[in-house]
Design a protein around this ligand. Structure first.
Ligand code: XIL
Length: 442
């Protein structure tokens, strides 16, 4: 309820802040004000007394709409307390907003209809835009059944654990497996009819210390790895559709294998041993080799093809995952096409894994400018167009590496700001999301 001095003509402007999601981040604080919807009313009054004005949103039964008002008396603006304040709608549609002005000559009611559109509904779900491949998202178990879930269920049909299905989490100490988080993610995916991509059994960066410092013999090490791969893959057999068995086995700018503990303990053929263990545990799971920079790092690309050719000769590989940690400038479409061509010519499936598109690789931004947002939209469109042009038999999934910009692993990794994902911090789809859809809009 607001009190104002009377005037002959009063222009009322009600600013409604419309959103479908609360604007709270994980800590509960408001991170960004969504776009306002402005409603204007004009009221002619004849008396000189104080008026009382209340607003009701009659369609939803929410009373006492507590919003930001501006009162204009014949031109000069009189603004009441600072606003705006947020009003949450939970469904799109037309809402009747009614102002009641209590005046001595009787109440005056003014109504206007506001059309509320869910910003997500303005763009169709990504997964519905294609039948030929799945659209993936990386998640943390802490994000399930939160606001992320609405978007996950609506837009994605392929689920990857961002870090909780790696060895350091699933096998923290010898003989003790911990599948708490992995089970939560897998069960969530099953409950919501998603494909589940297991990521990743062997990765030098996610190797627990006890494995790096393993005190037994090389033979015991190999037995331990066989037990680990067998245990994990068997646990999720028939549920996890695909696995990255070995991740990032090749040194940067070379065609050499990294000298990981696995290579040291099991020999150069540790890779095919690991794939064999996985194949034995679940013959139906699709097995991938996954690495980064393999679109443009020539040595790494050659080494990737050498690894998969060896695995192909033993029927131990089904696809290649090209991590798409890219930026708006690089790599080029031609470079991206080169990994597709090598994958398709080998009859393998192509996973565009871990897509994020940095807009600030040179650290010259403090916020996401429109120009960079458009550049990102263009790059995402290009990547998805390239992916979509792959023959259907070789398509698999295109996975985005995180939901909201603020959640990207890249900020910590590079130590500088960036906005590489498809949603902003209030879960609103960005232009990059539109670019994804544009590529599939036949
Ligand atoms: C990253 C995750 O995003 C982080 O949350 C985690 O702490 C470290 O790993 N290549 C990969 C991914 O294959 O598993 C990595 O994910 C990013 C680089």
């Amino acid at each position: 309820m607001k009190n104002i001095k009377s005037a002959k003509i009063i222009h009322l402007t009600l600013v409604l802040i419309i959103t479908f999601f609360s604007c709270a981040n994980d800590e509960g604080s408001i991170t960004k004000i969504p776009e306002p919807i402005v409603l204007s009313f004009e009221l002619v009054v004849s008396q000189q007394n104080t008026l009382r004005i209340t607003a009701n949103n009659t369609s939803t039964g929410i009373n006492g709409l507590n919003s930001y008002w501006q009162f204009t008396e014949n031109g000069p603006k009189v603004t009441d307390e600072a606003g705006p304040e947020m009003h949450l709608y939970d469904a799109s549609g037309d809402y009747l907003v009614t102002l009641t002005v209590e005046a001595p000559e009787g109440d005056i009611q003014l109504s206007k209809t506001v059309t509320v559109t869910d910003s997500n509904e303005m763009q169709p779900p990504l997964k519905d835009a294609t039948n030929s491949f799945s659209v993936g998202m990386a998640v943390k178990s802490s994000q399930l059944n939160t606001q992320h879930s609405d978007i996950l269920i609506r837009e994605f049909n392929n689920l990857t654990a961002e870090f909780e299905m790696k060895m350091n989490i699933m096998y923290p100490s010898q003989g003790n497996y911990d599948f708490t988080a992995a089970d939560a993610i897998v069960n969530y995916g099953v409950d919501n009819n998603m494909n589940i991509h297991g990521h990743t059994l062997i990765w030098h960066t996610a190797t627990p210390e006890w494995v790096n410092n393993f005190s037994g013999t090389d033979e015991e090490f190999e037995d331990m790895i066989e037990d680990y791969i067998t245990t994990v893959v068997t646990r999720y057999a028939g549920v996890v559709r695909s696995w990255d068995v070995v991740n990032e086995a090749i040194e940067d700018n070379t065609n050499n294998l990294r000298n990981s503990v696995f290579r040291q303990r099991m020999g150069d053929d540790y890779i095919s041993k690991c794939y064999q263990f996985a194949r034995n545990a679940d013959p139906n799971a699709l097995l991938f080799y996954n690495d980064y920079n393999i679109t443009f790092d020539v040595g790494k690309q050659e080494a990737t093809f050498a690894i998969v050719d060896d695995l192909r000769s033993k029927n131990l590989i089904d696809g290649i995952g090209a991590q798409m940690h890219i930026d708006i400038f690089f790599p080029s479409a031609t470079q991206i096409q080169s990994i597709i061509d090598g994958t398709v010519s080998r009859g393998l499936k192509m996973h565009f894994a871990e897509l994020d598109v940095r807009v600030n690789p040179n650290n010259d931004l403090t916020f996401l400018t429109e120009a960079r947002a458009i550049a990102q939209q263009n790059k995402v469109r290009e990547v998805v167009e390239l992916y979509n042009a792959i023959p259907d038999a070789n398509k698999f999934a295109l996975t985005v590496w995180g939901m909201r910009d603020s959640e990207t692993w890249l900020i910590d990794f590079w130590g500088q700001p960036d906005w590489p994902l498809l949603y902003d911090d209030i879960f609103k789809p960005k232009l990059a999301h539109k670019g994804f859809l544009e590529a599939l809009d036949n």
